[in-house]
Design a protein around this ligand. Structure first.
Ligand SMILES: NC(=O)C1=CN([C@@H]2O[C@H](COP(=O)(O)OP(=O)(O)OC[C@H]3O[C@@H](n4cnc5c(N)ncnc54)[C@H](OP(=O)(O)O)[C@@H]3O)[C@@H](O)[C@H]2O)C=CC1
Ligand SMILES: O=C(CO)COP(=O)(O)O
Length: 341
């Protein structure tokens, strides 16, 4: 029998650590699991995550657990914060370990690589019948860890679970809203990473502020078009999970996806740029999946497709720019753009 108020956070990188610290500081009994037992022991003794969140003093009450079974035993909520490429495998590992009444949440942004499946689809398939929620929105881990004001949103089909999880996180400097459009919330968080590369490339090429604003706006348009085709609600995409995170990541240099674009725009090779960033850069895998989903739904998303092509080295940033600027002249909003198809 799980204890509803107990939280197990899986993934001891920057975002998992920041969320675990936030919940523990809020008085939620919280355990943090990571795959690197040595790094976790070091965190337990120093009360710091020197690699991913240097500078943050971790709360005394946070418990570190390198054994996955022990970390999730009796937890009311398991919050997954591993990168998207590790998401499906961690669900497989969890399946035999969870109590029957443990709920699932995730703060990972992306899709299943190679299939374009949403993370909520993976959860429904591998851990069926449990309350499930996504936490997303404009939230750089470093700022949340520093107690700087932030707002996120928690979406679940189960309104009382969304509310329960939001209240575990909600704090004087951290607003947690709630909603029930899981697909829309996930799509915004995944697509903004791809679009952040586009504005990063433009800024790396020193194309100017007009170019940046144009890319953010037309990128938002791509998010809305794909979202509506998939059944997301436009207001979700215009909220924290879509527009909010798009603006943050396209303009804030703390964004690793934006920094990847900046480096590519300056002519740095992709492998070297990813190595220098040294943390997860979700767009590298997500761009393929956005284009895969768009193609499946008969949509042409030129900015996302351009990012994918640049990431694969199929075109240079200069060629990508030429292709975008050379597209046919047309109305900004063709009739019926936001109507469900
Ligand atoms: N950082 C942020 O500001 C935010 C991040 N996110 C999202 O959170 C997710 C995690 O990102 P973030 O914490 O920033 O990434 P980081 O690069 O900071 O950390 C990644 C963590 O995941 C671990 N990891 C990698 N592969 C596996 C695996 N196969 N199994 C278990 N653990 C694994 C790493 O462990 P190891 O050190 O051993 O490699 C590391 O602890 C991403 O989807 C990101 O988009 C969402 C909102 C904000
Ligand atoms: O998702 C994030 C902020 O909301 C973090 O963005 P990056 O992964 O680009 O650093």
């Amino acid at each position: 029998m799980a204890e509803a108020s107990t939280l197990a956070v899986l993934g001891a990188g920057s975002w998992g650590t920041a969320l675990a610290a936030l919940a523990a500081r809020n008085g939620t009994p919280t355990r943090l699991w990571g795959r690197d037992a040595r790094a976790l022991a070091e965190m337990a003794s120093s009360r710091r995550n020197q690699r991913y969140l240097p500078g943050l003093a971790l709360p005394e009450s946070l418990v570190y657990e390198s054994d996955l079974a022990a970390a999730v035993r009796g937890a009311g909520v398991v919050l997954i914060v591993v990168p998207s490429h590790a998401f499906a495998s961690i669900l497989d590992e969890l399946a035999p370990l969870l109590d029957a009444d443990t709920a699932i949440a995730w703060a990972t942004k992306g899709f299943e690589p190679g299939t374009g499946r949403f993370l909520h689809e993976l959860v429904a398939e591998k851990l069926p019948g449990r309350p499930a929620a996504v936490i997303t929105g404009p939230s750089f881990a470093k700022e949340v860890a520093a107690g700087m004001p932030s707002a996120v949103t928690v979406h679940s089909e189960d309104a009382s679970f969304a509310q329960h999880l939001a209240s575990m996180l909600h704090a004087p400097d951290f607003r947690a809203y709630s909603g029930n459009d899981v697909l829309g919330a996930e799509l915004g968080g995944a697509m903004k990473n791809v679009l952040a590369v586009a504005t990063g490339v433009a800024d790396g090429m020193e194309l100017g502020l007009n170019a940046r604003a144009g890319l953010i706006t037309r990128g938002m348009n791509e998010m809305l078009r794909l979202g509506v085709a998939l059944g997301a609600r436009p207001e979700t995409l215009m909220g924290l999970s879509g527009l909010g995170d798009l603006v943050l990541t396209c303009t804030g240099d703390l964004s690793r996806n934006r920094r990847l674009g900046l480096a590519l725009g300056k002519g740095v090779a992709i492998d070297e740029a990813v190595r220098q960033i040294g943390q997860v850069v979700e767009s590298v895998l997500t761009a393929d999946e956005v284009v895969r989903l768009a193609t499946k739904h008969g949509l042409d998303l030129p900015i996302s497709a351009g990012v994918r092509a640049v990431l694969h080295g199929e075109v240079t940033p200069v060629e990508g720019l030429k292709a975008l600027m050379g597209r046919e002249q047309k109305p900004e909003y063709p009739k019926g753009l936001f109507e469900p198809r």
